[in-house]
Design a protein around this ligand. Structure first.
Ligand SMILES: NC(=O)c1ccc[n+]([C@@H]2O[C@H](COP(=O)([O-])OP(=O)(O)OC[C@H]3O[C@@H](n4cnc5c(N)ncnc54)[C@H](O)[C@@H]3O)[C@@H](O)[C@H]2O)c1
Length: 405
């Protein structure tokens, strides 16, 4: 297949591009490299040293013999270039990772809220319009998040996207299937919730073939392909804005920084290892909907964990201390979470679960590149409201702040 990977320079997009290329697909990365600019804006860098996207593609060609093509296009701002590219290249499938994906970044300031909405909504909508205009019938796979369901305790398993409800009508109760109600917990999650509505409209109005993958928090860094050469290494975000919870704990442990748990750590979240992310994309590509079908929604996660349990596990393996800090987010202090993921299990996913060996492997990578960590970037600074901003602890190490280099 010819596959366009939008956002293919990112944490999930790069290993997915390698995985699909390794399977023999013709892969085209489209990316505006905005994530690299955001690193510059925040004064932080990936823990792992990433080469330019052109250099990464060159090394992949050397290692595998396969060519990955790169196209610099801003999906949110360059509609006509995107449309013309699709019309010319006619990909069979499009994997859409290209959005601003950090909840804390989306809450930093009014500018960051506006940027996240402009970027994510326009990128997704431009893509949908371009698919309609070019008539190319590509299967669109979008990376959404389990966060669209919200994180309040429901007491029942969260289904895969749709909910059966009964409504009262004048002639008696009537069964209906609706999109599971969204409850976004940040501006970022709000954009992912809005994406769902756009997909529903374009699938029903224009017969677009869409799969929306509601992904859990991704952890780990290596996949079978990124391990093939040091310069194929994946991005690793450790900072308070972009570092996701488990990878952040592992990087903190590697540099002797306390594991920063927000609130009681009673938040339960869904997780998936990066190796399973790339495998899920492969499986979902093989299971495309037909034109006229409703949007397929899969929960792309393999397990759920409570944040304080993760911190305790990492502390046990590494000897790290745990620091319980005021929570910069507005969210339930404690929640239960049960998420169904039968679609992927039925398609043959054999989940990578949280084994100590894999956790240790991430700690080893973090130790190897510890000299690249700026300790002042480790804590989360972004507060969900002005009132919460007064409580945020900007310096959990206090007087003991020290450089690792
Ligand atoms: N990382 C996770 O834990 C996680 C969890 C759930 C869902 N997701 C979803 O998966 C997707 C990828 O996440 P990631 O962690 O790889 O993020 P990332 O920030 O590392 O990668 C996103 C890529 O998209 C590019 N991009 C952003 N806006 C663009 C635009 N307008 N035009 C072209 N390119 C653009 C960026 O430059 C970047 O390379 C996101 O949509 C995210 O919401 C990620």
């Amino acid at each position: 297949m010819k596959i366009a990977v939008l956002g293919g320079d990112g944490f999930c997009g790069w290993p997915t591009s390698l995985h699909l290329s390794n399977l023999g697909h013709e892969v085209h990365i489209i990316d505006n490299l905005s994530r690299r600019w955001i690193d510059t804006e925040l004064g932080v860098q990936s823990l792992t040293p990433m080469d330019s996207i052109q250099e990464r593609c060159r090394i992949w060609k050397e290692v595998s013999g396969e060519q990955i093509h790169f196209h610099l296009i801003d999906l949110a701002k360059e509609y006509y270039r995107l449309r013309d590219w699709l019309a010319e290249e006619k990909p069979d499938a499009i994997v859409h990772f290209a959005e601003q994906r950090a909840a804390p970044y989306s809450m930093i300031s009014e500018r960051h809220k506006i940027y996240t909405v402009d970027n994510n909504i326009n990128a997704t909508h431009n893509l949908l319009v371009a698919l309609v205009e070019t008539d190319i019938d590509a299967h669109l796979l979008h990376l959404g998040t389990t966060g669209v369901y919200g994180y309040s305790t429901v007491g029942a398993p969260i289904p895969e996207g749709y909910l059966d409800v009964t409504i009262d009508t004048p002639t008696g109760p009537k069964g209906m299937e609706i999109l599971y109600p969204t409850k976004p917990g940040s501006v970022y999650h709000m954009t992912k919730s809005l994406d769902q509505i756009m997909f529903q409209f374009y699938a029903q109005n224009d017969g677009l073939r869409i799969t929306d993958l509601h992904q859990g928090i991704v952890w780990g860094t290596n996949t079978d392909q990124t391990k093939r050469h040091e310069q194929l290494i994946n991005r690793f975000d450790y900072d308070g804005d972009y570092g996701t919870v488990l990878n952040r704990f592992l990087a903190q442990a590697a540099i002797g920084y306390p594991l920063t748990v927000h609130g009681t750590g009673g938040q339960t979240r869904a997780f998936i290892h990066i190796q399973d992310t790339v495998r899920c994309i492969e499986l979902a590509l093989r299971d495309a909907p037909e034109s006229g079908d409703r949007v397929k929604i899969f929960n792309q996660m393999t397990e759920t964990h409570r944040v304080r349990d993760l911190a305790e596990l990492v502390a046990k393996i590494t000897g790290a201390e745990i620091a319980y800090l005021p929570n910069p987010r507005k969210e339930a202090a404690e929640n239960e979470l049960i998420v169904k993921n039968e679609h992927f299990l039925d398609l043959g996913l054999n989940p990578v679960t949280l084994q100590e060996g894999l956790l240790e492997e991430v700690v080893e990578i973090a130790k190897k590149y510890a000299h690249r960590i700026d300790r002042s970037r480790v804590p989360a600074h972004s507060a969900w409201t002005k009132e919460i901003a007064h409580r945020v602890n900007h310096d959990p190490e206090g007087k003991h702040l020290k450089s690792v280099s």
